[in-house]
Design a protein around this ligand. Structure first.
Ligand code: ADP
Length: 259
């Protein structure tokens, strides 16, 4: 709380009283903290791969280049870390674009079946070597009012997480239905699940349950905050149910199209 006070004097110099202005700045302080955390997180996330790229390239220059096997291994790491940096920068740019005031979706009537099929196709490369299957069910003719590219982005993010945080061989299901004027699309996995204590913070930027595991799976910690933003822009809602060791279900509700 910031408090400002000033005496009130009449035109003859007589003392009339004091004006006290109390300004609740707790929200400003909170926003400033969020901004500082964000900058610290971005710096950390950028520095980790850069340190690795620098270290391995210096080792190569110091002579490891002549050991073919080691050189290949180091180059693979350098390549992997460069891809990580690229993904992180793409996610950051995307987040800043959709968070900007005035950003608008290209809203139209969109077939939910098409969105589901495109999203599954987009993650098919990730499940190829993991003996996983993605089943889907969608009522015929179900349409929502949405931006097709952004709806695919929402589902691709949820499906990519379902794949990353599940063991090979376990099934993933995408089920669409209608409830309360909304199309409800649920992405369910039988993966590692999420502890209840972590659920409220899951959609925050850079929040991860297990940082090392997220890193191994190529995650940036920004996927779900992008998803949440895009769902909000659609006037929709998202919620998650999860049990450690049993799996997770993310359900997205998007307004139906009435055209
Ligand atoms: P990341 O890039 O780390 O996957 P996200 O924002 O997409 O970032 O997700 C945030 C965190 O939520 C992840 O690091 C992971 O701990 C957890 N998470 C997301 N989806 C799932 C899932 N389907 N199963 C288990 N944990 C999940």
């Amino acid at each position: 709380m910031a408090v400002y006070s000033a005496p009130v004097i009449d035109k003859h110099g007589g003392w009339l009283g004091i004006v006290v202005v109390m300004h609740d700045i707790s929200e400003l302080i909170r926003l400033e903290r969020v901004r500082k955390d964000f900058v610290a997180n971005v710096s950390h996330e950028l520095r980790t791969p850069i340190t690795s790229i620098r270290g391995f390239s210096e080792t190569l220059m110091d002579g490891a280049i002549h050991d073919e096997e080691a050189a290949m291994q180091f180059l693979e790491i350098i390549h992997g870390e460069s891809v990580r940096l690229e993904t992180l920068i793409e996610d950051l740019l995307d987040l800043s674009k959709i968070e900007k005031e005035g950003y608008t979706l290209r809203l139209q009537s969109v077939s939910v079946q098409d969105v589901i099929e495109r999203s599954i196709r987009s993650v098919s490369g990730r499940i190829k070597n993991r003996e996983m299957t993605i089943e889907s069910h969608c009522p015929a003719g179900l349409t929502v009012k949405g931006d097709p590219e952004r709806l695919v982005q929402i589902l691709v993010n949820l499906l990519a997480n379902a794949v990353s945080y599940s063991k090979p061989g376990t099934p993933i299901r995408v089920v669409a239905s209608v409830s309360g004027g909304m199309a409800s699309i649920a992405v369910a996995d039988k993966g590692i699940g999420i502890p209840t204590a972590d659920l409220p913070r899951l959609f925050e930027r850079f929040y991860r349950v297990d940082r090392a595991r997220s890193r191994d799976s190529g995650g940036t910690g920004l996927g779900l905050s992008i998803v949440k933003h895009l769902v909000d822009l659609h006037g929709g809602t998202i919620f998650v149910e999860s049990e450690p060791g049993k799996g997770s279900t993310f359900t997205v509700n998007i307004p139906l199209s009435h055209s």
